[in-house]
Design a protein around this ligand. Structure first.
Ligand SMILES: [Zn+2]
Length: 104
């Protein structure tokens, strides 16, 4: 077991997991049992983590993760969700309400 990714954004962690599984890499998400209140970010050690099951998949998994992170950063500008929350440009989904970023 090797950790290849962690993010405070569970949606991003799930996205990475899907990408790895599409490439035939067995993986799982740890720290799914978050109990943070609304508007309160969990501490770093409680962030969702993506782990590959087989250590030999680690290098390939990291390449996929790095490519995915790059793809998810079309811009570093902030955007405002319909719910009023301001979101960092690297995230394509509102962390508060789950709405996807509107096309610009
Ligand atoms: Zn929102």
């Amino acid at each position: 077991m090797e950790k290849v990714y962690s993010s405070e954004n569970l949606i991003m962690a799930g996205h990475v997991k899907s990408l790895l599984e599409c490439s035939g890499i067995a993986c799982m998400i740890k720290n799914l049992n978050l109990s943070s209140g609304i508007g309160e970010l969990p501490p770093v050690e409680c962030w969702p983590e993506v782990w590959v099951i087989n250590d030999e998949d680690y290098d390939e998994a990291m390449e996929i993760v790095n490519a995915a992170i790059t793809d998810e950063q079309p811009s570093n500008t902030w955007w405002t969700c319909a719910c009023g929350e301001t979101i960092e440009g690297q995230f394509t989904t509102c962390w508060l309400c789950g709405t996807e970023r509107p096309d610009r």
